[in-house]
Design a protein around this ligand. Structure first.
Ligand code: NDP
Length: 273
C-alpha cells in the first residue's frame, strides 16, 4: 500500500501539487499516493482528522486554511512559528501533528539557486503584509540582505511585521509611496493584487536594469507587476512557479527525507501553462 499524502484547500481543483509530488515520487522511487482534497470552509479540522484516521502521512495546506493549520498543529517548527501559518502537516505515531512552513525556503531556493541571485548584501523590497509575506521574512533575513523594506497598502500591518522581525536584521516599513526615489536589487510582489489583475500602487524609479522583479503569483501571461517592472527597465523577471515547486520539494523532504530534483518539473510547468 502506498503512503498517503494530499493537498487540502478551497478551492483546490486548480492545484498543481498532485502533479509535482507524483513526479517527485517517480523520480525518487517513493511509493506514495498524492491527491487533492476539497475541505468545506467550516470543516477543515474534521477533514484533516478523517485523513489522519485513514492512515494519511502528510498534507500540504493552501488557501484559506494556513492559519487554521497553524492552530491545529501540536508541534511547530521555528519557521512555522515565525510565519504564524502552516503549509505542511506531518503525521506519525510519535509526533501526532507537526506543522511546518516551507514557503520561505521555496522562495529562497528559487531566487538563489534557480535565478542565481545570492541574497546576502542585497536591498530587497517586499510588497504585501499578508500570510505569504509573513512566511518569507525570517528566511529572507537569515540570508543576510543589506536591507529589507516592507511596503503595504495598509501601513500598520507592515509596521507590525517590522516590529516582530526587527531583531533579525535591518528592516524598514511604509506605504508604497514612502519608497519613491529609492531603487532595490530585488523586488518581490507578495500582495494578492495580481490575482485581481491589478498593480500595487508603486511609484516609478524603484527598478534598475539589474533588479530581479519577482511575482509570487504565476499565470499564463505576465502579471501587471511584471509588465510594469519591464516597462521600468528591469530585465530579470520571475513568477511564482519556481517557488511553488521548491516549497513542494521542501515538503517532500520533510516527509520522505529525500530532496527531489526540481529543474525539469519547473520547465515542464512553464511550458504547459
Ligand atoms: P493575503 O490575503 O494574506 O494578503 C494579501 C496582501 O495583498 C495584503 O498585504 C493586501 O494589502 C495586499 N493587497 C491585496 N490587494 C491589493 C491591491 N490591489 N494593491 C495593493 N495591495 C493589495 O494573501 P497571501 O499573502 O496569502 O497571498 C499573496 C499572494 O502570494 C497570492 O497571489 C498568492 O497566490 C501568492 N502565493 C504564492 C505562493 C507560491 O508558492 N508561488 C505561496 C503563497 C502565496 P492590505 O493589507 O492593505 O489588505
Amino acid at each position: 500500500m502506498p503512503d498517503l499524502y494530499a493537498v487540502i484547500g478551497n478551492p483546490i481543483h486548480h492545484s498543481k501539487s498532485p502533479i509535482i509530488h507524483m513526479e517527485f515520487a517517480r523520480q525518487t522511487h517513493q511509493d506514495i499516493q498524492y491527491n487533492a482534497i476539497l475541505a468545506p470552509l467550516e470543516g477543515f479540522a474534521a477533514t484533516v482528522s478523517a485523513f489522519q484516521q485513514k492512515g494519511g502521512k502528510g498534507l500540504n495546506v493552501t488557501l484559506p486554511f494556513k492559519q487554521e493549520a497553524y492552530t491545529l498543529s501540536i508541534r511547530l517548527t521555528d519557521r512555522a512559528n515565525a510565519a504564524q501559518a502552516v503549509n505542511t502537516l506531518k503525521f506519525d505515531q510519535n509526533h501526532p501533528i507537526l506543522g511546518d512552513n516551507t514557503d520561505g525556503a521555496g522562495l529562497i531556493r528559487d531566487i538563489e539557486v534557480n535565478q542565481e541571485i545570492p541574497i546576502a548584501g542585497k536591498s530587497i523590497l517586499l510588497m504585501g503584509a499578508g500570510g505569504a509575506a509573513r512566511g518569507v521574512i525570517l528566511p529572507l533575513l537569515e540570508r543576510k540582505p543589506r536591507l529589507l523594506a516592507i511596503a503595504n497598502r495598509t501601513q500598520t500591518k507592515a509596521q507590525l511585521l517590522q516590529a516582530q522581525f526587527s531583531s533579525h536584521g535591518q528592516i524598514v516599513s511604509g506605504h508604497f509611496q514612502d519608497f519613491s526615489g529609492e531603487s532595490f536589487d530585488i523586488i518581490i510582489n507578495a500582495t494578492s493584487a495580481s490575482l485581481q489583475d491589478k498593480l500595487p500602487p508603486l511609484p516609478t524609479g524603484l527598478f534598475k536594469e539589474t533588479t530581479l522583479a519577482y511575482d509570487m503569483m504565476y499565470s499564463r501571461n505576465l502579471t501587471p507587476f511584471l509588465i510594469f517592472a519591464q516597462q521600468q527597465g528591469a530585465h530579470h523577471l520571475a513568477d511564482g512557479i519556481g517557488m511553488l515547486v521548491e516549497q513542494a520539494a521542501e515538503s517532500f523532504y520533510v516527509w520522505r527525507g529525500i530532496r527531489p530534483e526540481t529543474r525539469k518539473i519547473i520547465e515542464m510547468l512553464k511550458n504547459n501553462r
